[in-house]
Design a protein around this ligand. Structure first.
Ligand code: ZN
Length: 399
């Protein structure tokens, strides 16, 4: 999804004290699996809105923490809000003024799950030049009004809806509305309604629950833990041939899985010809769809000649980390007549675990001979097949 960077800005409210929340910490800063609700919300927003400026509005107490989160995600410099939500929104509106957005999306960070469909519909609505568009959801339970005399009065739920965020507003209209009122309103649409402005609605999403009470967090927690997390599998294959020009020598060695193994024949090819590290690197690059070793480190480039292949594996791990991917396991088969892989598999697992900074028990290295068949059987080379499974956020849209 691509937006004009200057067309829409997001104001993300992160200043709620959470008076109905039975914890000392500001609810947006409560961590789930080492990530605060605010960070989860930012990641979800960034996933839904590419190339868009996000303006955080904090309370005074948390400003330092909010500044560091803001830096981490490369957001606009946060501002401190006011006592009421309305004051905080106004602080945000003033802060983004230099960006002259045509539209602004106001979102509560206490609503960390953001529906991609809702986002898409809100952004699509911009072309009709609305003043304000809000996501609403119908009320499923029956409704009654309890008046000041504790009398129960019937209300037909049919025409009643709950309002969610993000709310899309015309920046100029909302700024003016804030400047022209001295009353306190619940949210952006209610200010604009009070000014007689037309409000459009789209269907909201019940998953976009606002964390208000402790129980809300319990309901959302499993979903926050597994945000679009999927397991992806990458495959890598590599072959290197033995150097036939070099005579068989006790001093010869091959580099395999990042370790040096004495072998009568030595391998030739890209860099240090470590077919195992090359295959594993390709399998990781495959998961994140970043091409392969030959594309990233072309063999035509002289600088990779005899190069230590642990560098390539490490670079793949860095690219994977940027996408918050986590290796679940690596399973590789080394096909050769010699050396006997079993004698070295533990040492190789340790080395690869060390390069990737993962537990070696996540790595399986198996040896297989070619039963004297074909080029491997004739001891002309070594082949490797590697599979890597990775837990990663699925950031691909099919529509
Ligand atoms: Zn290779």
């Amino acid at each position: 999804m691509k937006e004009n960077k200057n067309n829409v800005c997001i104001i993300l409210l992160a200043g709620g004290i959470g008076s109905r929340f039975n914890r000392k910490k500001t609810k947006q800063l409560i961590k789930i699996n080492n990530k605060s609700i605010l960070e989860i919300c930012i990641e979800n927003l960034k996933h839904s809105f590419k190339n868009i400026e996000i303006q955080l509005v904090s309370n005074k107490n948390n400003i330092n923490e909010i500044i560091s989160i803001s830096k981490k995600y490369n957001l606009l410099e946060p501002v401190v809000g006011g006592k009421e939500r309305q004051d905080s929104v106004y602080s945000g509106l003033v802060a983004i003024y230099p960006h002259f957005p045509e539209y602004v999306l106001i979102h509560d960070s206490a609503r960390p799950i953001i529906s991609r469909r809702v986002v898409k519909e809100l952004l699509n609505s911009v072309k009709n030049k609305p003043i304000c568009v809000i996501p609403i959801i119908p009320i499923n339970d029956a409704m009654r009004l309890v008046n000041e005399n504790q009398e129960i009065i019937y209300i037909d739920k049919k025409n009643h809806f709950l309002v969610q965020t993000p709310q899309l507003c015309c920046y100029k209209e909302l700024l003016l509305a804030h400047q022209n009122t001295n009353k306190i309103y619940e949210d952006e649409s209610s200010i604009l309604i009070s000014m007689g402005k037309k409000i459009n609605t789209i269907k909201g999403d019940t998953m976009s629950l606002k964390i208000t009470y402790e129980n809300d967090l319990k309901i959302l927690e499993p979903h926050l833990n597994n945000r679009n997390n999927v397991t992806k599998i990458g495959v890598g294959f590599d072959i290197h041939r033995f150097d036939t020009k070099k005579i068989d020598d006790e001093e010869n060695f091959i580099t395999l899985g990042g370790i040096k193994i004495k072998n009568l024949k030595s391998l030739i090819g890209h860099s240090d010809a470590d077919a195992l590290l090359h295959a594993i690197t390709d399998s990781i690059l495959g998961v994140i769809n970043c091409g392969d070793i030959g594309l990233l480190f072309p063999p035509s480039d002289k600088k990779w000649k005899n190069f230590d292949s642990s560098y390539f594996l490490n670079q793949a791990a860095i690219l994977l980390k940027e996408k918050s991917g986590k290796i679940i396991n690596i399973d590789a088969v080394v096909i050769c007549e010699k050396p006997k892989i079993l004698d070295y598999s533990n040492q190789i697992k340790e080395r690869i675990g060390n390069i990737l900074k993962i537990n070696p028990n996540r790595i399986s290295i198996k040896g297989k001979t070619s039963e004297n068949v074909g080029f491997i059987g004739r001891e002309e080379g070594i082949a490797v097949i590697a599979n890597t499974s990775i837990q990663i956020i699925d950031d691909i849209d099919d529509d």
